[in-house]
Design a protein around this ligand. Structure first.
Ligand code: HPA
Ligand code: ZN
Length: 314
């Protein structure tokens, strides 16, 4: 198993149908169906929004710190089997606040699971871009009492129509708090989303970024500055950002000398964990052992762990 770092993983996107049903029963939350086959049949998406609709609809089953602990523990156990040595994990606090769950329970459950795993872990708080910059600033304010529990901020949810620039101020506040800054950009949105995430938000790493390849100047910049791009191949196929894995731009990005790595995004929804992504790259894209090893090494270069820790993994 190739040791790797997973840098683009939404913990809520690891909610497997089995755990969905279990948590719904535990918390007395009604589901449209508890039939696992019927639930799985819904995991057929036409675009990002069709996925987000199901992802958000499932999340009210998460209510207590124990729920978040169980979800995170299950992911970390699976990630360990996938070769993950380091995980920088996203969460969506606005969803849970909207569902009436106190932030303290979310932090307690997720970081409690971190403490009981051999995987090196840290947490990144994502703002929902479709709820706008005011809601993001309010979320950061509510999270600051838990400042020592997370290392950075990110930007996720519906991309097109919700560009990065309006989030400049909240990203500045995050920087002033010593937080790392990442952002989803160039998944469904064009290269200008990637450029603005870098220039306006000061993003240190771009999540997805695959549409950057449409702009040669931007590609040159990403190469020169070695900006990490957290690519999610099975996610891109599941959300029809690319038609087939065989058409994916990842090999071209590697050839261009970009600092790309492989991640699972929302593995319960997109057909696999990070090892499944590597296997698909080998099988469907014919990527070589050397290419896969480079992708894994890149993931450690791209991560926010201290250099001493990184050296031990590579
Ligand atoms: N893209 C954007 N927002 C998200 C995703 C994603 O893949 N998963 C959870 N929120
Ligand atoms: Zn994502």
């Amino acid at each position: 198993m190739l040791p790797t770092a997973e840098l683009h993983l939404h913990i809520e996107g690891t909610l497997e149908p089995e755990m969905l049903v279990e948590l719904a029963a535990r918390n007395g939350v009604a589901l449209a169906t508890s039939d696992l086959d019927e639930l799985r049949a819904k995991y057929d998406f036409s675009d990002l929004q069709s996925f987000l609709d199901l992802y958000y609809a499932n999340l009210p089953v998460l209510r207590t710190d124990q729920d978040f602990y169980d979800l995170t523990s299950a992911y970390l156990a699976r990630a360990e089997r996938a070769g993950v040595r380091r995980a920088e994990i996203f969460f969506d606090p606005q969803v849970h606040l909207g569902n009436g769950v106190p932030l303290g329970a979310v932090f307690e459950g997720i970081t409690g699971a971190f403490q009981n795993s051999p995987v090196s872990t840290d947490l990144i708080l994502c703002f929902l871009r479709d709820l706008g910059p005011g809601a993001a600033a309010e979320t950061l304010r509510k999270a600051l009492p838990f400042r020592e529990r997370f290392i950075g901020v990110g930007l996720d949810s519906a991309e097109v129509g919700h560009p990065p620039a309006p989030f400049a101020e909240v990203y500045q506040q995050a920087a002033a708090e010593g937080l790392h800054r990442v952002a989803h950009a160039g998944e469904e949105g064009g290269p200008e989303y990637v450029r603005d995430a870098l220039d306006v938000l000061g993003a240190e790493r771009i999540d997805h970024g695959i549409r950057a390849v449409e702009d040669p100047e931007l590609v040159a910049r990403l190469r020169d500055e070695q900006v990490p791009l957290t690519v999610c191949p099975l996610s891109n196929v599941a959300l029809r950002v690319v038609d087939r894995l065989a058409d994916h731009v990842l090999p071209a990005m590697l050839r261009e000398g970009l600092l790309v790595c492989v991640n699972s995004d929302d593995p319960a929804y997109f057909g696999g964990y990070v090892d499944d992504n590597f296997a698909a790259l080998r099988g469907d894209l014919g990527m070589t052992d050397e290419q896969l090893a480079l992708l894994a090494r890149n993931s450690f270069d791209a991560c926010f762990a201290p250099d001493e820790e990184k050296a031990a993994w590579k």
